[in-house]
Write a new protein. Structure first.
Length: 638
């Protein structure tokens, strides 16, 4: 076989599963009331973590042909992991793990892996050409515990050796997965076993790099004394050995084992308050591989590794807690001053904004989240308010047809409420649209929320739904008004940060106030001063000069802000055209979120009974298409 181009940095081969993390910190698994669902499995976590660190990672495993398997595949794909060799197993289910955080020393864990998909991988699933296309192959020890998966691993290792692919082993010792303890005892990390030691030693010579905790080297080397265990491993392999030592950091041994662990290449750990040790090893490996595959020094590799591990132990979950490259570099630049990463505002903001799943370069949003306006329309023509949900479904039909006809996939969105539009939200969720939904009590000033406490609301929201909050504000608001609104907005922002939902903050000057457009720049600055950094702003059309000032404020205060969507306020087409043209040179304006200009008149006619469903859909389509065309011609309208 001729030389194959190295299109991948890393192939991860081993466990990939779904983690169900108990959300009540300090409770027993028996007492958990709810669970958060994350990507899991050591190899899956490493593929995910290294992709976040900028490596071209790939996953070699199996998942079930069901919802959990699709979740695993989609989660990996969201961060850029290649899944062409993540095989769908038609006969087995995706593995599950149930975990909890009782205290800093107690992490109950149950593996549900009986005949699971990832343990069905065989040598027939391993392509020589695929292995040869990578610079590195990373294996986890679990797949050495079963004859079939062991044979698959050895096949991959032989191909790797043949084609000059670096090989890495994460010992990843779980006694329960080697059949050494009861099925429900996933928490036990170490049980000595001559059988396991023998089976590990048989394959250690295949690896260039071996990583493990002290206890994992105990099992690999066959001795409960760490130095003797390392010496036992060195007898059968020339691999570089990296021994993880928890808060002490790690030690690297490139040649013979010295007389003390500190005599190797020792890199001190980062001091943090531990919330959750589960997955810290996978984070460590992700950081280590970033440096290893970029040919950096062992000291730098271990700095990445220790910092990744420190960040993950301070957070809930593993895969979603993995830092991005930008976040990790920021942390390393000031790690000594950040003892509680989970409480560091800058770090938490970076984690939030640099790990977003989807990017929107342009958005044409049809906004029909109005509630008061639809009710007033219905009352004005004597129509039953109960017809409003049907009306909103027809407006959605119009939007869907426009997207299909204009090929707007990935650039379309809606704003819709749950009071009249829950069916619309259910219909569109999971289809790749941008979806926003309002939380404000319509027309409230000071701001009030329509359905009460924001935290309790968001527990039932799909994560893809964007929280839209409209606030009527003015820079010269009286002290009590401003204080009340700031308190409410701070609670909304913190709730979104906690839940993982994005926030769109819509700002409108009150009608009976001074409507100078410069006030919008001031208000946005005031919100940033409060520490509120929404993912999106929704603002009215401004002059080109005002947009220049707004752009400076937003990019200086939050360079990761997704941008601005223009609101319409029922303006006619020619006014919107002028507004779009004024925003044409501002890259922060990503599109529009406009409604009444599009749906108002057709909806009134429909509620009066003057037109039927087909005519309504046709007219809304025409108006929506027309607005999109105006938006896209904005540069020519200047």
């Amino acid at each position: 076989m001729k030389a194959i181009e190295k299109t991948l940095d890393l192939i991860c081969m081993g466990r990939v599963a779904v983690d169900l993390y108990g959300q009540q910190i300090g409770a027993r698994l028996e007492d958990m009331g709810s669970f958060a669902k994350y990507l899991g499995g050591s190899s899956g976590n490493v593929a995910y973590g290294t992709a976040r660190q900028g490596l071209r990672s790939s996953m070699l495993a199996r998942v079930g042909d069901e919802h959990m398997g699709r979740f695993v595949r989609e989660e990996l794909q969201r961060v850029g992991v290649d899944t062409a060799h993540l095989i769908t197993d038609k006969e087995r289910l995706t593995a599950l793990v149930i975990l909890g955080i009782k205290d800093e020393d107690t992490f109950p864990l149950i593996f549900y892996r009986d005949n699971c998909a990832d343990m069905a991988i065989s040598s027939d699933d391993v392509s020589e050409e695929y292995i040869a296309s990578a610079r590195c192959l990373a294996i986890t020890g679990t797949h050495l515990s079963n004859p079939q998966t062991r044979e698959a691993v050895l096949t991959a290792l032989k191909y790797a050796r043949k084609h000059g692919v670096k090989t890495v082993l994460d010992i990843d010792y779980r006694p329960v997965l080697w059949g050494l303890t009861s099925l429900g005892d996933g928490e036990t990390r170490y049980i000595s076993s001559e059988r396991v030691t023998e089976q590990l030693k048989e394959v250690l010579s295949w690896f260039d790099l071996i990583v493990g905790t002290e206890e994992e080297f105990h099992i690999a080397g066959g001795d409960d004394d760490t130095l003797k265990a390392l010496q036992g491993v060195r007898q059968v392999t020339e691999a570089v050995l990296v021994c993880k030592r928890g808060p002490l950091g790690c030690s690297v041994f490139t040649e013979q084992i010295p007389n003390s662990l500190d005599s190797g290449i020792h890199v001190e750990g980062v001091k943090v308050d531990v919330l959750n040790v589960l997955g810290a090893g996978d984070a460590f490996m992700s950081g280590l591989l970033r440096g290893y595959l970029n040919d950096e020094s062992w000291q730098q590799c271990c700095k990445y590794a220790n910092a990744c591990g420190a960040l993950v132990v301070s957070r809930h979950g593993c895969a979603p807690a993995m830092p991005s490259k930008e976040e990790l570099d920021d942390y390393l630049s000031r790690a000594g001053a950040v003892t509680r990463p989970d409480l560091d505002d800058r770090l938490n903001h970076l984690h939030r904004v640099t790990t977003r799943n989807k990017h929107w370069q342009e958005l044409c949003v049809l906004a029909f989240d109005h509630r008061i306006q639809f009710e007033e329309m219905a009352r004005s023509c004597g129509a039953d308010i109960n017809r409003i949900p049907q009306l909103k479904r027809l407006i959605l039909d119009s939007a869907q047809q426009v997207v299909a006809e204009m090929k707007l996939e990935g650039k379309a969105g809606i704003l819709c409420d749950s009071r009249f539009g829950q069916g619309v939200l259910n219909e569109l969720t999971g289809k790749g649209w941008w979806i926003g939904r309002p939380i404000e009590l319509p027309a409230s000033r000071p701001l009030q929320l329509e359905h009460g406490n924001i935290g309790s609301q968001l527990t039932s929201w799909p994560l893809e739904h964007v929280v839209k909050c409209l606030v009527f504000a003015h820079p010269n608001d009286e002290h009590d008004m401003r204080l009340a609104q700031e308190k409410q907005l701070s609670e909304v922002y913190q709730a979104c940060c906690q839940s993982g939902h994005e926030l769109l903050l819509e700002v409108i000057l009150p009608q009976q106030s001074d409507l100078n457009e410069e006030h919008y720049v001031t208000i946005v600055s005031q919100f940033y001063d409060m520490g509120i950094k929404p993912d999106w702003w929704k603002l009215p059309p401004l002059s080109a000069q005002a947009w220049s000032k707004m752009e400076s404020v937003i990019t200086e205060r939050d360079s990761h802000c997704r941008g601005v969507l223009l609101l319409g306020l029922d303006a006619p087409d020619h006014e919107l055209q002028q507004g779009f043209a004024q925003a044409a040179q501002s890259p922060i304006v990503k599109g529009f979120a406009i409604g009444r200009t599009i749906f108002a008149q057709p909806s009134l006619d429909w509620l009066r009974g003057e037109i039927g469903d087909a005519a309504l859909v046709s007219q809304v389509k025409h108006n929506y298409k027309n607005l999109i065309q105006i938006w896209r011609s904005r540069h020519h309208a200047q």
